[in-house]
Design a protein around this ligand. Structure first.
Ligand SMILES: [Zn+2]
Length: 883
């Protein structure tokens, strides 16, 4: 109906009815109801109403019918769907829409004869205040004193509704307040009108009464939002550690007052927000942008593809590979990013200590003693190599203590741990404590626990069960860099250089002067014959990166799994090396990891938002990673797959984000006819394979939307600029799994490493034909079995057809579940308004599920909904805003 112009037709009919002097109920009411129902499913209804100038006539209709309950309710529903468009909501506000609507809200009464459904009226009165981008209506509401009015009403209902029969009405009042306090004036008004006291005291009685439980959450949220901000008692907002950036003045100064917090939706993003974030510009989605640098700059990357020129002399002579240096150390001659001024080099970690020969002897002796005492062996780890790597790492703060387990290496615990049960209402308790301190400041115990301005007051000390190796202050992130450097060196040592081509090079130096390794892995050719060398040089590339976000250490475990698998003797790993060249950057942000950043590098920026125009001086690793991809692109060797490993702090399981033009346009409700667009559905193959073979992987959590806020991430840039169809972000959970055979269990290092292995395995089916044509590979029966049987099936929870849909149009796209959910509830309300004939209808039972549950209460129900649907193309709309 919507696609055939139904909304427009209804609007036209409504306009003509509204213009008549005495509208007939038998036409007007059904028309309004129908418009509300249809409009709720039409994303563009607000714009259409605006274009046809229908909003103000409906507001007039409401104005004339404030005493006529059913007409008033029907008008409100229609106005509410019109408010999907911000400009319509603003228009209504400017025409005193709020005044009319607030007239409908009355104090507590036992008769409730004024409107059909009082709660509905109040809730719907919030709709015009949803104009978040302009905020006009909520500011108007605050300035006209509605806050004080609403608080009085809330108190009135709280005191007089002793039977607790009107909980939805009370909740609706809170919902109104929630909207008005989206701006600073509203919050100030609530505090000035003693709203905090009222909310705090009413909450106390709600806490003890089960039937009022649904009021606690909204009041706590309101109080948290309105609690006046107190400045942190520090002189400066800057870290005690500072790092001079090339070309930037040294920063100094006080904390700037941050007043830009007028974002009413600080808590959770909603579906509308996501829709607005989706890229709908077809040019941006489909047209390859101009490269950010001249092609002549790409010559420097020739040296980073040694596999294309290597002559494999050693295949004949059987000697050690010439180009890998004996210690497996990074080579420094191939450093595109070299040449930073000396003062920008970071301080050497331990270097002053370790450079003293006495100290060196001490350390060696201690390592030996520890080895003797604890005598365990951790695969691909060596404490000696670790200590050596430590001596060349450069960090901003100095390090003085080293934890034994890190020095020693890690082994996954033998048993699997269950995810901890989340205790209910922990946050609520904290907020209430906070409010109590705010209301009774005399109860505060003013005591300094630690001093942020004194770097010595926070010290990390090694576990004392293990013994102390070196004196280190600062952060455990450095350990990670060392672990991974050790790991790479150990891996290389374990390989047969005649079989596996494994090269570690330096992509570039970081800001602090640390190396950023690039690893190349492929199979050596069976001989130096032209055919064999040519086969190697024609293998498609797979580019894997990780740890652009330093806090996401789980990405490094996934990377470890991938690296170890690719270097292994497994038939599938051999096959992968035969059919691909892997280019791996295991740590895109070593400086961030070393210095303990969570998301940033030394320049204080999120490196995964720099891919569009990376600056050589500030984000060298991204500049050169992109340069390498440009180079591959320029020689006609665009990677078949690109994947950036990340960790996700909120969502469970492991999943992929990819890029699809059609899905993005479809999801954004774009008017562009997606049926005419051709898109290769191959971007889904890897997720489908992973869903079958990787127990931690969840297909339902994957999505392929291109968001504006993500346009400078690796995934989107590599897809758009390099034309890599299979360009992904792989998110691995910080916590655990809620599906599959790991359901309810924590995701430990074992599971993460397994995920890295499975990701590599999922690349095999993409090259099925080449493998079947290889005489060498076809002689591996287990590999063939895997290929034909979709690798080992772990009894996936999903069932779907094995093959890609034959044509793209057959991909089934699901609507965002929340729209559907809201529409269903609205239908119920509208239908009920059409029933019965009594003007003074009794208030319907309050336990009825309210349509407009505040957005912060919606989340749980949405989550369950999308899980329950469990349909294979379901996109979880909440996920991609994090990570
Ligand atoms: Zn991340």
């Amino acid at each position: 109906m919507i696609s055939k112009g139904g909304s427009e037709a209804l609007l036209m009919a409504l306009l003509s009815v509204a213009r008549s002097s005495s509208p007939n109920d038998s036409v007007l009411l059904p028309l309004l109801h129908l418009l509300a129902k249809v409009g709720h499913r039409d994303r563009k209804i607000g714009l259409k109403a605006e274009k046809m100038e229908a909003a103000l006539p409906v507001l007039d209709l409401l104005r004339q019918n404030v005493k006529h309950a059913r007409r008033a309710a029907a008008c409100l529903w229609v106005l509410q769907v019109f408010c999907y468009s911000v400009s319509t909501a603003t228009l209504l506000g400017k025409n005193r829409g709020l005044d009319i609507i607030f007239k409908l809200i009355s104090p507590h009464t036992t008769k409730q004869t004024r409107t059909v459904n009082f709660a509905t009226v109040i809730e719907f009165s919030c709709a015009p205040m949803d104009d978040l981008s302009s905020g006009l209506n909520s500011r108007l509401a605050a300035s006209r004193g509605y806050v004080s009015g609403l608080l009085k009403l809330y108190e009135d209902w709280h005191q007089k509704d002793t039977e607790n029969t009107a909980v939805p009405i009370r909740r609706a009042l809170l919902h109104c307040l929630h909207h008005i306090t989206g701006n600073r004036a509203g919050r100030a008004a609530l505090v000035a009108d003693r709203g905090m006291e009222l909310l705090y005291h009413t909450t106390q009685s709600c806490l003890s009464n089960q039937s009022l439980a649904s009021l606690v959450e909204p009041t706590v949220q309101l109080m948290r939002r309105c609690h006046p901000k107190c400045p942190v008692p520090v002189r400066s907002g800057h870290s005690v550690y500072s790092y001079p950036l090339p070309g930037w003045p040294v920063l100094a100064g006080d904390i700037s007052e941050d007043d830009s917090d007028d974002d009413p939706r600080s808590d959770e993003p909603t579906c509308t927000e996501l829709d607005e974030d989706l890229e709908t510009d077809l040019n941006k989605l489909c047209v390859k942008p101009e490269p950010d640098r001249g092609m002549e700059q790409l010559d420097q990357y020739v040296s980073l593809c040694p596999e294309l020129r290597h002559d494999f002399q050693d295949l004949d002579s059987g000697t050690e590979e010439e180009s890998s240096d004996e210690e497996g150390n990074l080579k420094s001659q191939d450093q595109p990013g070299e040449g930073l001024p000396e003062h920008l080099r970071g301080r050497g970690l331990h270097s002053s200590y370790l450079s003293k020969s006495e100290a060196k002897k001490d350390v060696c002796g201690m390592v030996e003693r520890l080895l003797e005492k604890h005598g365990a062996f951790v695969p691909n780890h060596d404490p000696h190599v670790y200590t050596a790597a430590a001596s060349c790492t450069k960090s901003v703060p100095g390090f003085s203590v080293l934890a034994f387990p890190d020095f020693w290496g890690h082994r996954a615990p033998s048993c699997r741990e269950r995810m901890a049960e989340r205790k209910p209402n922990v946050q609520r308790g904290k907020v209430l404590e906070d409010i109590r301190r705010y209301l009774h400041p005399e109860d505060l115990i003013n005591k300094v626990v630690f001093d942020l301005e004194d770097p010595r007051s926070i010290t990390y000390i090694a576990n004392d069960w293990a013994g102390v190796l070196l004196e280190v202050t600062g952060d455990v992130g450095a350990i990670w860099v060392l672990l991974f450097q050790t790991h790479l060196q150990m891996l290389q040592r374990s390989l047969d250089p005649r079989k596996v081509f494994f090269q570690q090079q330096n992509l570039c130096n970081t800001l602090a002067g640390n190396p950023c390794p690039l690893v190349t892995i492929t199979a050596c050719p069976p001989s130096r014959r032209w055919n064999d060398l040519q086969q190697l040089r024609n293998r498609p590339y797979v580019v894997l990166t990780a740890r652009v976000h330093p806090g996401e250490s789980n990405a490094s475990w996934v990377m470890k799994g991938s690296l170890e698998f690719l270097c292994s003797e497994e038939p599938a790993a051999q096959a992968l090396r035969e059919v691909y060249i892997f280019k791996i950057i295991p740590m895109l942000n070593p400086d961030g990891v070393i210095n303990g950043s969570h998301r940033c590098s030394l320049n204080g920026q999120d490196l995964n938002r720099q891919w569009m125009k990376p600056e050589l001086s500030l984000s060298p690793t991204i500049f050169h990673a992109k340069g390498l991809l440009y180079y591959l692109n320029s020689i006609g060797r665009t990677p078949l797959v690109f994947c950036d490993y990340h960790g996700h702090s909120r969502k469970k399981n492991v999943f992929l984000y990819g890029c699809s033009v059609k899905e993005t346009l479809w999801q954004s409700g774009s008017a562009i006819d997606t049926a005419t667009l051709k898109e290769d559905p191959g971007y889904r193959t890897i997720s489908k394979t992973l869903d079958r073979i990787a127990p931690a992987f969840s297909l339902n959590s994957c999505n392929y939307l291109v968001e504006r806020s993500r346009e400078s991430t690796a995934r989107v840039v590599v897809w758009r600029e390099m034309g890599v169809l299979r360009s992904y972000t792989m998110e691995s959970t910080y916590n655990g799994c809620d599906q599959g055979i790991y359901k309810g269990l924590q995701t430990g290092t074992r599971e993460l490493e397994e995920m890295g292995l499975k990701f590599c395995q999922s690349l095999l089916p993409l090259r099925r034909n080449s493998i079947l044509h290889s005489r060498k590979l076809i002689s591996q029966p287990s590999l063939l079995y895997d290929l034909y049987n979709g690798l080992q099936d772990h009894q996936s929870h999903n069932s779907f057809e094995d093959d890609e849909p034959p044509c793209v149009e057959e991909i089934e796209y699901l609507n965002a579940s929340c729209t559907e959910h809201m529409a269903d509830t609205l239908d119920a309300e509208v239908n009920a308004n059409g029933l019965g004939s009594d003007e003074d209808e009794e208030l319907r039972r309050p336990e009825r599920k309210s349509r407009l549950i505040p957005c912060f209460m919606h989340r749980a129900s949405l989550d369950t909904l999308s899980q329950k649907r469990g349909s294979r193309q379901a996109t979880d709309i909440s996920g991609q805003l994090f990570g």
